[in-house]
Ligand binder design. Structure first.
Ligand code: PLP
Ligand code: ZN
Length: 400
């Protein structure tokens, strides 16, 4: 009886937050942002007690959303979970393009059906739930588009105020949805880094809790569920390659973290996919870093790209992204807007999938990596289509 009660109140295995760079430890019961060690300021990672026995077969009976992994998610009291049904998105094989996929199994993890039309729902559901648990009243976010819409929706659901800073050049729909959900939207003549600076300059004074990408520990925990799902949906056999459209890199780092946790839990072995960061030619700092064998990325903003999610001049966690790519023996590749545009059309007309330009970039990256021999015959490849194409119609040339 006592056990039952306890598991209703707190069944998370969360233990603490820890800095992956300097090792500093922080209490998970406090509101935290980044590491406070002087000169460090790294992203903080949530840690869990993975030594407990946790049989993955219990998952089968659970609802088809990301909260099925609740023991290795950070919310302490389930009453604080703010959910709109995010996660457990389908993995869809490419079937009608045999001349492209010949010799490979090519799979799309399709995030388009998430609430507010992108995988941002995962990270934001988690960050809003945890912020609610820790008593936050106003959340502020700099966004290239999708994260702002997701925050607006989840904050509305939670009864929390949302403040959204978004580049003016973002398609109108991304702005309209924020206003629709009742957020305060500020349009900025600049990029997401400019939005972030404006928010962080005012946050303390205005009493906002900023949840900028990887400067808050829990959006990562939401996005890592993609890694759990890829493993579970592929019957615990990880693919050979995962291509990921990399802006801030939250999903890439999160998927990698999920694989580590699953190995600790005994759910998978030590095998890992090669991770591919796919960027826009407009913001290709990670690609340059990999090409130049550098441990960090430089700030690069080539201006407008139809893949607004990829207009991130420099990720806060560039060093961690690069480390993951190295550890996984992966790579990075940049794709042009013209190629993304063509990719959107090819997947629509051949496969019935209307992917975001970010997802189309992966399709083009796959073709290039295969042509160069980096992807081999016999390999199984997963492309993470992070969003729905519908929100981008304004960016996409409709004169096919
Ligand atoms: C935000 C976003 C990305 C980049 O996500 P990160 O995990 O921060 O790299 C990619 N695609 C879409 C559609 C996005 O909205
Ligand atoms: Zn640190």
């Amino acid at each position: 009886m006592e056990n039952l009660l306890a598991s209703n109140i707190a069944d998370t295995f969360l233990t603490q937050l820890q800095c992956p760079q300097c090792g500093a430890v922080y209490a998970a019961s406090d509101l935290n942002t980044v590491c406070r060690t002087e000169g460090c300021h790294s992203t903080l990672f949530a840690h869990y007690n993975t030594t407990v026995h946790f049989d993955k077969s219990v998952l089968r009976l659970r609802p088809a959303n990301m909260w099925r992994y609740r023991e290795i998610l950070p919310v302490t009291n389930p009453a604080n979970i703010v959910t709109l049904g995010e996660g457990f998105t389908p993995i869809i094989p490419i079937v009608n393009s045999p001349n492209v996929t010949e010799g490979n199994e090519l799979l799309i993890k399709n995030e388009a059906g998430n609430p507010t039309g992108s995988f941002k729902a995962r990270g934001i559901s988690m960050a809003v739930s945890k912020a609610k648990e820790l008593g936050v009243k106003t959340i502020a976010i700099p966004t290239a588009g999708n994260a702002g819409g997701a925050l607006s929706a989840y904050a509305a659901r939670a009864g929390i105020k949302a403040v959204v800073y978004m580049p003016q050049l973002t398609p109108a729909l991304f702005k309209d949805e924020c206003r629709l959900y009742g957020a305060d939207l500020v349009e900025v003549d600049g990029n997401i880094s400019d939005c972030g600076k404006l928010i962080h300059d005012q946050a303390a004074e205005k009493g906002w809790f900023p949840i900028s990408t990887l400067r808050e520990p829990y959006r990562l925990e939401g996005k890592k569920t993609m890694g759990y799902e890829i493993a579970e949906q592929l019957n615990w056999q990880l693919p050979d390659v995962i291509c990921y459209p990399t802006g801030g890199g939250t999903g890439l780092i999160g998927i990698w973290k999920a694989f580590d946790e699953m190995e600790q839990l005994g759910w998978i072995g030590s095998e890992r996919p090669r991770m591919v960061a796919v960027q826009s030619e407009s913001c290709n700092g990670i690609v340059n870093a990999i090409d130049n064998n550098s441990d960090s990325a430089s700030f690069i903003d080539g201006g407008f790209t139809i893949a607004n999610g990829l207009r991130v001049p420099k990720s806060y966690a560039d060093r961690i992204i690069i480390k993951v790519l190295r550890e996984s023996r992966g790579t990075a590749i940049a794709i042009s807007d013209r190629e993304m545009q063509a990719g959107v059309r090819e997947l629509a007309i051949n496969e019935g999938l209307f992917v975001a330009p970010e997802g189309a970039a992966l399709w083009q990256a796959y073709k290039k990596l295969k042509a160069s021999g980096w992807i081999n015959y016999g390999e199984r490849v997963v492309l993470v289509n992070t969003g729905s194409g519908y929100k981008y119609l304004e960016n996409i040339d409709r004169h096919w």
